[in-house]
Every structure is written in structure tokens, then in C-alpha cells.
Design a protein around this ligand. Structure first.
Ligand code: SF4
Ligand code: SF4
Length: 186
């Protein structure tokens, strides 16, 4: 049986005639295409496309969520209690966690032995940050800088996530660490 939905779109006569809307769409696409081509031919940068990863844009939107970091406890240990809520909520199945028992800390008996975010999958939606009950996972709005020619290079691993010190996330004081493992590309 055919169902009617509450948000079923209604089309006017012009849209139902179809061909005119197709022509209008082609005109818009063609206008942008030739406009950008003209800018490139006259030495100006028109298109927004960058040859990533050789070319990295610096003009990210202020709404850019950036990339993840794991927060630490005052003593320097990882704040994550390995509850897997972030991995469960992730729509891109980008988070992998291997839990370990932490018998030294009865208040937090589990912690991640391995925590990886696969940036070849991540869509930077921020759901994982919202889901975390411990404020253990954040995103800092700095340029997501994970160029790589190998999928394995695009994994944010525990060490990287834990030791990154973003300038744009001053909300928590981070313990001093030895040299961060992050290579920042300028
Ligand atoms: S930002 Fe979204 S896609 Fe990326 S790891 Fe978090 S929940 Fe998954
Ligand atoms: S980062 Fe947060 S949500 Fe994810 S496993 Fe750790 S405590 Fe749970």
C-alpha cells in the first residue's frame, strides 16, 4: 500500500513539466563551472578544490569541528573509562577500542589499551564527543591535518590523541608531556 508522508514534497507546475527545471539546473552548474574556469585562466583561484594531500587549505570554515583529542586526569592518566559509547554512536564505525582492566584504580577499573579513530572513515560529525559521559573525548577546531598515502597513516592512535596540545582548547589544563608524536604540517 502506498503511504503518504507528512513531509511529502509538493511540486508546482514548472517542476512537474520537468525539462525546464533540468535546463535551469544545467545553467547553474555550467555557470559555476565556466566562471571558475575563467578565474583559473586569468590567474585567480576560483574553484575550492585543493590537490589534497599535497596542497592543504588553511581557510577552513569557523564551523569546522577539527579533530579529536583524549583528555587526561590530573595525574596524567587517560580520562577515558573505555565504556565504548563513542564507538557505539559513531555512524561511520570509525572508532576502535580495546579495553584493559585497570586494577590499580578501583574507581576507574577499565581504560583503553588501544583507542583508534580511523580518519579515512570519520565524517567529523562530533557524535562521539556528545556521547562521552566522561569528557574524555573532545574535538578542537584546528585544521584536521591527516594527509596520508596509506590508510594506516590515517589512524589517530591513543598516543597521538592523548598527547596533542591544541591551542584552541584551553578549557582543560593538560599535564606537560614529552615530545608530542604529532607532526604538524604548516
Ligand atoms: S566525529 Fe563522528 S564519524 Fe568521526 S569518530 Fe566521532 S562519531 Fe565517528
Ligand atoms: S572516549 Fe568517552 S565515550 Fe569513548 S570509551 Fe572513552 S569514556 Fe567512553
Amino acid at each position: 500500500m502506498k503511504r503518504d508522508y507528512w513531509n511529502k514534497p509538493t511540486m508546482g507546475l514548472w517542476e512537474r513539466l520537468y525539462i525546464f527545471e533540468v535546463i535551469r539546473g544545467l545553467c547553474i552548474t555550467g555557470g559555476v563551472f565556466f566562471g571558475n574556469m575563467w578565474k583559473w585562466l586569468t590567474g585567480r583561484r576560483g574553484a575550492l578544490t585543493a590537490c589534497y594531500p599535497e596542497e592543504i587549505r588553511s581557510d577552513y570554515s569557523p564551523a569546522n569541528r577539527g579533530r579529536h583529542l583524549l583528555t587526561q586526569r590530573a595525574g596524567g592518566g587517560v580520562q577515558c573509562v573505555s565504556c565504548h559509547m563513542c564507538a557505539t554512536v559513531c555512524p561511520a564505525y570509525a572508532i576502535e577500542i580495546l579495553s584493559a582492566a585497570n586494577l590499580d584504580d578501583p574507581m576507574h577499573p577499565k581504560s583503553p589499551e588501544r583507542f583508534e579513530i580511523d580518519y579515512s572513515r570519520c565524517i567529523f560529525c562530533g557524535f562521539c564527543v556528545e556521547a562521552c559521559p566522561e569528557d574524555a573525548l573532545r574535538m578542537a577546531a584546528e585544521v584536521p591535518d591527516f594527509p596520508g598515502f596509506d590508510r594506516d597513516d590515517m589512524r589517530g592512535r591513543l598516543d597521538l590523541l592523548l598527547h596533542w596540545r591544541p591551542a584552541s582548547d584551553p578549557a582543560k589544563a593538560y599535564a606537560a608531556t614529552p615530545a608530542a608524536t604529532l607532526e604538524v604540517h604548516s
